[in-house]
Every structure is written in structure tokens, then in C-alpha cells.
Design a protein around this ligand. Structure first.
Ligand code: GLU
Length: 536
């Protein structure tokens, strides 16, 4: 057991065989928050020992994702530290040294059984009653002098751990699962070093956790079955066993382990969909941990004060996208307009470019089939000129970000993700064109007895009247007054205007939007809709 006076040292140890996914990110968050809450040290170690699946590119993606999430590490790639290097491929000499110590202590032995022999033993054992109970320890009894001679003669061999014959149950403490006990007799004399000279995962991890002085090992419960084996290695090396915390699995809403078919699962993907890093950290922290069972909004800096291992649950956590979207909205609304523009730049630029690509006059947009994706646009990513147009729009935003801050109040109340911005705001950049939603046309403009032509004419006259200032409140008051004179309900007066100017019935606040647009464009849209749709 860890002495409570020992300063906490924990690590996140991803294998760079893919991107940083939800499960890994949560493990990182728990280690980070725990280190911060305890005034301890958070180490990042890259477990890149699988030569086929580990890549530099994946390592870079993981480091970038950690940085984006704001999970700063005290030791590890880029920052160094006293226990480096922090890449397993650069630590082979430390594994070799540990193996030599085990050999000297007669706690490891070479095994010359070939793969074919081992397969055959397994097949035979499985056919018998009782089944396969691990390696039968044939080579454990080989005389050391003979073993040395065979090694010197170049005979292929692995190195195995000599699990003590009289070892009772393997025991360890898990903060989540409690006191764990596994019968030692099921423990194989596991391989520590393979024939090709590489070290096994269990051995490397334990060597690193010892040499990096880890006090706690916080990781996914998919590693729970490795832990008794790792405990035997700690014992053989005479090291203190850390305190473990195995985290519950994360399930999709259908009760199956969370995977790609449930939607975005990599941190990168969430970033690209317009989630805020603080929202994602807050949301993931609550997948398996709670402060008091009630509090949902716990910003990262607070998490670093209040996180504790004893509130981790054993129960599987369910990934609830609706809750994540809600939480992201909470964090978006907390941003200042300036910070929002900075974060929303790519999506604002997309709104500008997509909007500007709309032709003058009316373009009808058919309502998509229920559940179907909207029809693709004429101009989008991959098209010639798109990248240049986007770069120009970004430059424009950067030249005058304050101008874009005015868009913030139009959408902020109902924004769940930043990637909703293009669809919600592109109408501001249509110029003299309108993309008219067919459903809104039917329900608002062509509805029986709607008097849409009259409404548009009335509003147009007000908007064209130079004595009415081009300001939301003034325009709205003047339009409403005109509606009263005509004895029209507000809804019948203003919904046609909304559809004609913004393209559909569910736009951001109407007059606040109009105020940001060019008067000539607004009038041109009204004229086009009146002529092309209402034949006025
Ligand atoms: N590298 C292992 C993984 O990515 C983690 C090992 C550990 O945390 O002990 O699953």
C-alpha cells in the first residue's frame, strides 16, 4: 500500500496505435485531475513498443489532443523530467537491467520450448479434464549450467518469470474494486522477454512504473486481468505495489462498448465538430466519477481541486450525446464575444464563403427526406477555389474580429456546437440572393389566407423608408405599427419577412439580423421572393 505521505505520482500511458479516444481521454483526465488535486506529479509516457501499430503520427495526434484538452503534463515528451526517457522504445536498457536482477535472484529462467511444442502442450491440456493451466514449466528445472551453454550456443529462448511455488493468492488494493484476490496457482510463468529480444507489455509497464516511482495506477478496467500478473513482477523485483484504480467501461446508449458506430469517439473529431475542450473534459470526467451525484458543471480548474478517487464508480458509464451537447452550450455561453469569435473562426469563415456562393434571386431548397442529410451544396470543401476563399474569409475575420462579435448574440442562446454556425449564419452573407426552404414557403408564404404579399409589401415600405433608422428596435417598432394599421397579426406580418430575408422560419432574431445586413440586399431579397414566389 502506498504511504499517504508519499507525494502522488501518476501517469497516463497511451499506446500510439491510434488516435486519442474517449476512453483514453477520460483516463488521462482522471490522472491529471488527481495529480493536480493532490499536489502531485502527472507523467505522460508513450508506450510505443508495438512496432507495427505505433507511429510517430499517432504520437503527435495524441500529444496535440492532450494539449487541446488542456491536460498539461509535468514530465514526459517535450518537457523531459528526471525519470526519462518517456518513450518505451528508448527504455530497453532499463528492462534489460531489471531482467538481469531477476536472473541473479533466481526469479527468472530461460525457456527453450518452441512455439510448436507450446501449441501442442496447450492442445493436449485443453483436451484433458481441467483444461490448460498455463505453461507447464518444463524448462524451469533445467540446470543453470546447461541453460547457459544452450544460450551461448545460440539456441532461441524466451525469459520467463519464476512464480514462487508456495505463493499464496495474489492480492492488491483497487480503489474502485476494493481488495482483490486471485489464486496464485493460475498464474503462468509469464514471458518477460521474447525470442526476438523484445520485452512484453506486462514487464515493461511494471519496470517503468517502478522506475518512474508511480504511487497510483489509474487505467481502464480492461487492464484488470493484467494486474495480478503485474503484481507478481513487482514482488519479484522487490518493489512497492502501487495503489490501483481501474475505471469502469464506457458504453454507448445501446449498452454496447462505445465504438465508432456510436458517432465521434476521437478527441480530434469532437474538436472538429465544434466542441469546447473544457466542455469535453467536464463531460468525460463525469463518465464514471461524480462530485456529489448532482453537480454537472465542473470546469477543469475546479475539477483539479475537487477530484478524488473514492468517488469513482464501478458501474459502467453511458455516453450521452445529448448531455454533451447541452454542456457544450453551457460553456459556449460563458465565452466572451471576443473569445467566441476566436474559437469560431473556421466556422464563421465557412458561413461567409458558403453564403457568398449563393446566386442572386431565389434558389429553392427542397426539404430533405426525414432523417436524410441535406442535399450537397454547389460549392464546398474540395471544390476548386474553396481553400483560397476560406483563407480570404479567415484573413478578413482576423483583420476585424470585432465586426464578427456582432454575430454572437444572434446565435449564442441556441448554439450547441460551433459547427452549427455555417448553417445558422450563412444567410447574412447571401447578398441579394435567398435560399428558400420549400417547407417554410408552403407553411408561411403560400398558406391560405396568409396575406404574405401584403405583409412583404408593408415591411418593404418600412425598411425602404429612410426616416426609419437601420436599427433593430426602430425597424421592428415601425413594422409593427404598420401591421396594426393594416390589422394584421404580428405573426402574419413578420413570418413572411423572416422567410424572405433569412430563407426559413427558424432563423436567428429577425431585426437584429437585418440590422447587420446591407439595406439594398434586404430589399432585393424581398423583391425577388415577392416576384418569384408570390408573383407580386
Ligand atoms: N499502454 C496501455 C494502453 O494504451 C496502458 C497501460 C497502463 O495504463 O498500464 O492501453
Amino acid at each position: 500500500m502506498t504511504d499517504t505521505a508519499t507525494p502522488v505520482r501518476v501517469r497516463f500511458a497511451p499506446s500510439p496505435t491510434g488516435k486519442l479516444h474517449v476512453g483514453g481521454a477520460r483516463t488521462a483526465i482522471y490522472n491529471w485531475a488527481f495529480a493536480r488535486a493532490m499536489g502531485g506529479t502527472f507523467v505522460l509516457r508513450i508506450e510505443d513498443t508495438d512496432p507495427e501499430r505505433s507511429t510517430q503520427e499517432n504520437t503527435d495526434i495524441i500529444l496535440r489532443a492532450m494539449e487541446w484538452l488542456g491536460l498539461d503534463w509535468d514530465e514526459g515528451p517535450g518537457v523531459g523530467g528526471a525519470c526519462g526517457p518517456y518513450f518505451q522504445t528508448q527504455r530497453t536498457d532499463t528492462y534489460e537491467a531489471a531482467l538481469q536482477r531477476l536472473i541473479e535472484a533466481d526469479a527468472a529462467y530461460p525457456c527453450f520450448c518452441t512455439k510448436e511444442e507450446l501449441d501442442e502442450k496447450r492442445r493436449r491440456a485443453e483436451a484433458e479434464e481441467g483444461g490448460y493451466a498455463g505453461y507447464d514449466r518444463t524448462c524451469r528445472g533445467i540446470d543453470p549450467a546447461e541453460a547457459r551453454a544452450r544460450i551461448e550456443a545460440g539456441e532461441p529462448h524466451v525469459w520467463r518469470l519464476k512464480v514462487p511455488e508456495d505463493h499464496g493468492p495474489v492480492e492488491f488494493e483497487d480503489v474502485v474494486y476494493g481488495h482483490m484476490t486471485f489464486p496464485a496457482d493460475v498464474m503462468d510463468d509469464m514471458i518477460l522477454k521474447r525470442t526476438d529480444g523484445t520485452f512484453t507489455y506486462n514487464f515493461a509497464v511494471v519496470c517503468d512504473d517502478i522506475n518512474m516511482a508511480m504511487t497510483h495506477v489509474i487505467r481502464g478496467d480492461d487492464h484488470l486481468s493484467n494486474t495480478p500478473r503485474q503484481v507478481l513482477i513487482y514482488e519479484a523485483l522487490g518493489a512497492t505495489v502501487p495503489l490501483f484504480a481501474h475505471l469502469p467501461m464506457i458504453l454507448g446508449p445501446d449498452g454496447h462498448k462505445l465504438s465508432k458506430r456510436h458517432g465521434a469517439t476521437s478527441v480530434e473529431q469532437f474538436r472538429d465538430e465544434g466542441y469546447r475542450p473544457e466542455a469535453l473534459v467536464n463531460f468525460l470526467a463525469l463518465l464514471g466519477w461524480s462530485l456529489d451525484g448532482e453537480t454537472t458543471v465542473i470546469p477543469p480548474e475546479e475539477l483539479c481541486r475537487v477530484f478524488s478517487l473514492d468517488r469513482i464508480s464501478k458501474k459502467h458509464a453511458v455516453f450521452d450525446q445529448t448531455k454533451l451537447d447541452w454542456m457544450n452550450g453551457v460553456y459556449l455561453r460563458e465565452m466572451t464575444p471576443a473569445a467566441w469569435v476566436e474559437a469560431a473562426r473556421p466556422w464563421l469563415a465557412e458561413a461567409v464563403v458558403t453564403g457568398a456562393s449563393v446566386d442572386d434571386g431565389v434558389t429553392m431548397v427542397p426539404a430533405p427526406e426525414p432523417g436524410a442529410e441535406p442535399a450537397p451544396r454547389d460549392f464546398g470543401p474540395g471544390d476548386e477555389g474553396w481553400d483560397e476563399a476560406l483563407a480570404a474569409a479567415l484573413a478578413d475575420i482576423d483583420a476585424d474580429p470585432a465586426a464578427y462579435e456582432r454575430l454572437y448574440p444572434l446565435v449564442i442562446e441556441r448554439l450547441a456546437r460551433l459547427d452549427e454556425i455555417p448553417a445558422k449564419l450563412e444567410f447574412l452573407f447571401w447578398g441579394a440572393g435567398v435560399r428558400l426552404d420549400e417547407k417554410s414557403v408552403k407553411k408561411v408564404l403560400l398558406k391560405e389566407g396568409a396575406r404574405a404579399d401584403e405583409a412583404l409589401a408593408a415591411c418593404r415600405a418600412v425598411l425602404a423608408d429612410e426616416s426609419v433608422p437601420w436599427e433593430a428596435a426602430a425597424m421592428e417598432a415601425a413594422c409593427r405599427a404598420r401591421g396594426e394599421e393594416l390589422d394584421m397579426k404580428v405573426k402574419n406580418l413578420l413570418q413572411p419577412l423572416r422567410v424572405a430575408v433569412c430563407g426559413n422560419m427558424v432563423s436567428p432574431p429577425l431585426f437584429e439580423s437585418i440590422e447587420l445586413m446591407d439595406p439594398d440586399d434586404v430589399l432585393a431579397r424581398i423583391d425577388a421572393v415577392a416576384a418569384e414566389v408570390l408573383g407580386a
